[in-house]
Write a protein that binds this ligand. Structure first.
Ligand code: AMP
Ligand code: FE
Ligand code: FE
Ligand code: ZN
Length: 289
């Protein structure tokens, strides 16, 4: 059997948010790389999922609907993935719309700050460069690069729009329990994204989030040392959480970025995720009946 047919990647961005490839192009690349299952997880939107699923029709590639939502509070900036959420769920739709509307205003304010710092950018152009639903800092960084104010995208973050940068403006963010709850109420499974990459505080909070209904932990992620993986797997076992994983792919040409399908994720992760989502939907149906 072709081993590669079992490769899965459950963390992928497209042009629906800040990725470089359209959802159809992501699917084409996943097929070229012989992946069997992918999840599209754009920032604050499910907007690319239908296109990806249509592009995958008849190919045997499974496309799991997903998204990534930032949260904050006393916990710092934590990211959560939501899988198999119902796109029609009204409370989740409202939350995502509020976050995306705030993203536009926030990007406009970052452009304004950069202008005051002597780096004028045309707001309409920056706005238009985000073709999908969800504008973000990569679009601002690209505009800085295009105008020659920086030489690389990471430089834009390091000097201007990184979390501590002089032109940074924060997101509208909900707290982790609110995000976990919204994903759950929408019939989805919530997974804390790259906790070891976010930092030790994120890992330490996993038991607390499990008590709030967290469904899983993104254990397999680029550049994770084996000790970090072991620690996360132990937490999953102790708190009955799923292990998931993915590359956080944003496009092949993204400096410092990882390649689609480049992280080893045991294929049973995708199967368990699917089973957990089915069980979660049943629980909701029973509680609504
Ligand atoms: P935002 O969601 O608008 O706050 O933008 C965050 C996104 O910017 C992340 O999801 C990455 O795609 C990208 N990003 C964050 N830090 C960097 C960095 N240092 N260099 C390049 N891209 C980055
Ligand atoms: Fe991103
Ligand atoms: Fe993230
Ligand atoms: Zn991501």
């Amino acid at each position: 059997m072709d081993q590669r047919r079992n490769r899965v990647d459950l963390h992928i961005h497209s042009t629906a948010s800040d990725g470089a490839l359209t959802p159809s192009e992501v699917v084409r690349l996943a097929l070229e790389r012989a992946l069997s299952t992918i999840a599209l997880t754009d920032h604050d939107t499910l907007g690319g999922v239908t296109e990806a699923q249509q592009a995958a029709l008849g190919t045997g590639l499974e496309v799991i609907p997903g998204l990534e939502i930032n949260s904050e509070g006393e916990w710092g900036d934590l990211h959560f993935l939501g899988y198999y959420v119902d796109p029609g769920n009204e409370p989740l739709r409202e939350m995502l719309q509020a976050i995306r509307d705030a993203r536009v205003e926030r990007a406009r304010r970052m452009v304004e700050r950069l202008g005051k710092m002597g780096m004028p950018l045309k707001w309409e152009k920056v706005r238009a460069s985000a073709g999908g639903d969800s504008i973000g800092r990569p679009h601002v960084a690209q505009a800085l690069l295009n105008r020659g104010y920086v030489e690389t995208l990471p430089e834009a973050f390091a000097r201007f729009i990184g979390n501590d940068g002089p032109a940074y403006v924060p997101h509208l963010r909900f707290t982790p329990p609110e995000v976990i709850g919204a994903i759950r109420e929408a019939g989805g499974v919530s997974v804390i994204a790259h906790p070891a990459h976010t930092g030790p505080e994120a890992v330490d909070r996993i038991p607390e989030f499990a008590a709030h209904g967290l469904g899983g932990v993104e254990v397999y992620y680029p550049h994770q040392p084996p000790e970090a993986i072991d620690r996360l797997l132990a937490l999953c076992r102790e708190h009955r959480l799923l292990a998931t994983g993915g590359s956080d792919f944003h496009g092949s040409g993204v400096a410092g970025g990882t390649q689609l399908g480049s992280v080893h994720v045991p294929p049973e992760c995708a199967e368990r995720l699917r089973d957990a989502a089915t069980a979660q939907r049943r629980t909701l149906e029973v509680s609504e009946a």
